[in-house]
Design a protein around this ligand. Structure first.
Ligand SMILES: Cc1ncc(COP(=O)(O)O)c(C=O)c1O
Length: 418
């Protein structure tokens, strides 16, 4: 078709007329677009972005291990030994001894019989869910679950029954409908929800799954390397690791690399190795990524508790600082004994999308990077500035960020306050 012409049947029509086109064009024109900004240094607590020193409050490098000398050396060693890429799927020519060691050590850490390592966390969810579920089955998901879970559901052809975020009464009604359909069911929830940073209410979820005979999978992308004494995630924090059928984790956050895994019984993991399409039909990660993940895992297993404590202490400090500025923040939940379930994610509630973009831009100009979460990543009118902490943030970095927030929010009188 000649360039520039369209017909009513042109699939490219949505490129020009999608619902966010106008907003994006306006943000670009005013140079307030919060996406694709250039990071020009390592992903540390203070970074270089577009020529400016910037306090990084938008990284998932929770433990700061991308800069750890041991992790960097592990990546270098893997590069030297195996080269820049393996150019093949794990099933064929893409499995190195690093994968075998990583899968064994992850299983020890997660206290499961086995684990399987994928090239990304996204592919881990996609591959596991689509291989285990099929048309006629049911997947019940929390409405705040990550997109990779929903995409896995779609690919499986199973019936998707979402329930309202962290509402276990709604989960129960979905389980009872699936039972009426006599449909084999798996419930999938995030351990820590990526945008709001809250923790799933695991004890009643486990109980309900058991009483309805449903399988349970927990996405621990933001939980591993953060929660629990070993850092094995939300399931460990609740003491329910052995009650959850499958746990997923990524290397792209605390594990300072790129990749992902599923932990579970030997039987299921072996099945995923020969039936998971995103595992079989995609190349294995570059050796440096696998080496770095293994290096980071070893650091977490030796120095973890000190790093988790520093990280969560930083999260409490920043949340307290935001509260003192009168900002409205998403509050952490509580365990049954009343302890707060602090996570490294501390979101500031803004409300309206455009206001969130302008606030994001003013903060960025002043030297703080945050992540903006707009609809559809959050419900309409629920825009957030998602800040996230690292164990390597010093108090002086956080004080500098709070000072900048304090100056900038003066210009935003409509911002929700407490
Ligand atoms: C909850 C959750 N699950 C899965 C993923 C996908 O992981 P990855 O980025 O490693 O592909 C993410 C990443 O943002 C996530 O937040």
């Amino acid at each position: 078709m000649p360039e520039g012409t369209t017909t009513p049947l042109d699939v490219f029509e949505k490129v020009r007329k999608h619902e966010r086109a106008e907003q994006l064009a306006a943000a670009k024109e005013q140079d307030v677009l919060p996406y694709f900004r250039l990071l020009e240094s390592q992903a540390g607590p203070v970074v270089e972005m577009e020529g400016r020193e910037t306090v990084m409050l938008g990284s998932n490098n929770y433990l700061g291990l991308t800069a750890d000398k041991r992790v960097q050396q592990a990546a270098r060693d893997a590069l030297e030994r195996y080269g820049t890429g393996v150019t093949g799927s794990r099933l064929l020519n893409g499995t190195t001894p690093l994968h075998v060691e990583l899968e064994r050590e992850l299983a020890e850490w997660m206290q499961t019989e086995d684990t399987i390592v994928f090239t990304t966390g996204y592919q881990s969810n996609l591959g596991a869910i689509s291989a285990l579920l099929a048309p006629g089955d049911t997947i019940i998901c929390d409405s705040g679950d990550h997109a990779s879970i929903l995409d896995g559901c779609k690919l499986s052809g199973a019936r998707l029954r979402p329930f309202r975020h962290n509402r276990t009464d709604k989960l129960e009604s979905m389980l009872s409908r699936a039972a009426e359909d006599e449909s084999p069911t798996m419930v999938v929830v995030d351990g820590v929800f990526s945008m709001e940073g809250d923790v799933c209410d695991l004890p009643p979820i486990v109980e309900l799954c058991q009483s309805y005979g449903a399988r349970l999978m927990v996405d621990e992308a933001h939980g591993v390397g953060v929660l629990g004494e070993r850092g094995a995630g939300a399931c460990e924090l609740f003491g329910l690791e052995d009650q959850v059928d499958l746990r997923m984790g990524t290397f792209s956050k605390s594990l300072a690399s790129c990749g992902g895994f599923i932990a579970g019984s030997e039987e299921v993991i072996e099945y995923l190795r020969i039936s998971s399409r995103s595992f079989i039909f995609s190349a294995s990660a570059v050796p440096a990524a696998t080496g770095a993940a293994l290096g980071a895992l070893r650091v977490i297993r030796s120095d973890g508790p000190e790093l988790f404590a520093r990280l969560l202490d930083n999260a409490r400090y920043l949340r307290r600082g935001f509260r003192e500025l009168g900002l409205s923040v998403v509050e952490p939940g509580k365990l049954q004994d009343g302890t707060e379930t602090t996570t490294p994610v501390v979101p500031v509630i803004v409300g309206e999308d455009w206001q969130a973009v302008l606030l994001w831009s003013a903060l960025f100009e002043a030297g703080v990077y945050t992540n903006v979460a707009l609809h559809p990543a959050v419900p309409p009118g629920g825009a957030l500035l998602r800040t996230s902490l690292m164990a390597t943030h010093e108090k002086e970095h956080l004080d500098r960020a709070l000072e900048i927030f304090s100056e900038v929010i003066e210009r935003f009188p409509e911002l929700p306050r407490t």
